[in-house]
Ligand binder design. Structure first.
Ligand SMILES: *Cc1c(COP(=O)(O)O)cnc(C)c1O
Length: 404
């Protein structure tokens, strides 16, 4: 794949340009046939052939579609990879990557990974003889201690969900390299940071996976997944499996993600600034027990975050005094923050991980605290967000705690 493209009749090498410019242009040239500035939605299932097996690069839309190709080029550019692949959901992308494993292989996962990832590994892959274990991957000693000879995949998220721990990507890549096990792939789920804030391939990851449903789409209007990498053989295997199994995205969904990507930089700056203000405010509130946000100097992995990220993203978690009851009342009391699962959209969301996103990990090593609340801080005006949280904490926490 080359980033050398033509723009206004001139050859442009977008790969030399800054993130915000690539997000708008790379892989998204004006349509050659019509001049349409925005990549069209190629709503077609099949393509006319000039002769038997003679085509313009597309034959059947499960295999490929030009809107999907544009999205794949764009995400490859933003993650700094050689290629990208697009899927019908984040989990479809993750399942496709996990299908690189064979029976008897071992996968090492974060102990607070996305609930759906844990469910896929523990309930589905385990049936096919793939072994797994969980460890705190933000602790490099724990990574060393849990790597096995048969470990073929280390699967990290950073920031993690919902505790927003930071995994030292370069540190884990180095541990895997030093282990001498050249077959171990290092996968980073970059959903919570987005490539604007961190590019794992440059830090030594083999593959980056995304739920594009979140920050990349950015408007809570599409479910989509992406994988980016450098190795052409891995791409060929993933592509073969995807085409064989069929978890492909529709052209309209690809178009929505492409539209979202164009504003990723400005959105991530705003999400990060709002979340920083809210995390600092929560820290000083007497109803709050602990705030989890990598942008706080008090965060245990703040130094690693500051080194490998360009900003700290829009996710903030916190525990409250008064246990489950307080947490339940807070998520019911906000008015600007909508009670909903998911994250990464322009609108602010609030949820109770123990009963919602992480209900599937109850009773496991990945179980979360009952008094934990998770925020996806949007890009509304921060004063309105702060006022909303203030009134919710006031009405919802036990009297006597709030000495405000
Ligand atoms: C949402 C999410 C997924 C799953 O993606 P879908 O698009 O919902 O299938 C995987 N990992 C993380 C970190 C997520 O937040």
């Amino acid at each position: 794949m080359t980033y050398q493209q033509h723009h206004n009749g001139k050859a442009i090498d977008w790969s030399r340009m800054q993130f915000e410019t690539r997000a708008i242009h790379d892989g998204q040239e004006p349509d050659e046939a019509t001049g349409a500035v925005i990549v069209p939605i190629y709503q077609t299932s099949t393509y006319a052939q000039e002769g038997i097996n003679q085509n313009k690069g597309y034959d059947y839309a499960r295999t490929d579609n030009p809107t999907r190709s544009a999205l794949q080029s764009a995400i490859a550019s933003l993650e700094g990879g050689q290629w990208g692949l697009a899927y019908s959901s984040g989990m479809a992308a993750m399942q496709n990557v996990m299908y690189l494993l064979q029976p008897g292989n071992h996968i090492l996962l974060s102990d607070d990974c996305y609930g759906g990832t844990y469910r896929l590994v523990s309930k589905v892959l385990a049936r096919y003889g793939i072994e797994y274990s969980l460890a705190d991957l933000s602790d490099l000693d724990a990574v060393r201690a849990n790597l096995r000879d048969d470990t073929r995949m280390v699967w990290a998220e950073t920031p993690t969900n919902p505790y927003l721990k930071i995994v030292d990507i370069a540190g884990i890549a180095e541990i895997i390299r030093a282990s001498g096990n050249t077959e171990t792939l290092f996968i980073v789920d970059n959903t919570f940071a987005s490539p604007y804030l961190q590019t794992p391939l440059a830090l030594g990851a083999d593959l980056v996976v995304h739920s594009a449903t979140k920050y990349l789409g950015g408007h809570s209007d599409v479910v989509s997944g992406l994988v980016v990498g450098n190795d052409p053989e891995i791409r060929a295997t993933l592509k073969f499996h995807q085409n064989a199994a069929g978890a492909v995205p529709g052209p309209f969904d690809c178009w929505l993600v492409l539209r979202g990507l164009k504003t990723l930089g400005v959105r991530m700056r705003e999400h990060s600034a709002n979340a920083q203000r809210i995390a600092e405010w929560l820290q000083s509130d007497p109803a709050v027990e602990t705030v989890y946000y990598p942008g706080l100097p008090s965060h245990p992995n703040h130094a690693v975050a500051a080194r490998q990220m360009r900003g700290f993203s829009g996710m903030v978690s916190f525990t409250v005094h008064g246990g489950f009851e307080s947490a339940r009342r807070i998520v019911a009391a906000t008015k600007v923050f909508t009670l909903a699962e998911s994250l990464g959209g322009v609108e602010s969301l609030i949820e109770h991980p123990g009963e919602m996103t992480h209900a599937s990990v109850a009773g496991s090593q990945a179980e979360v605290a009952p008094n934990l609340v998770r925020l996806s801080v949007g890009i509304e005006h921060v004063d309105d967000l702060l006022a909303d949280l203030e009134q919710a904490l006031e009405v919802a926490t036990p009297a006597g705690i709030g000495s405000r």
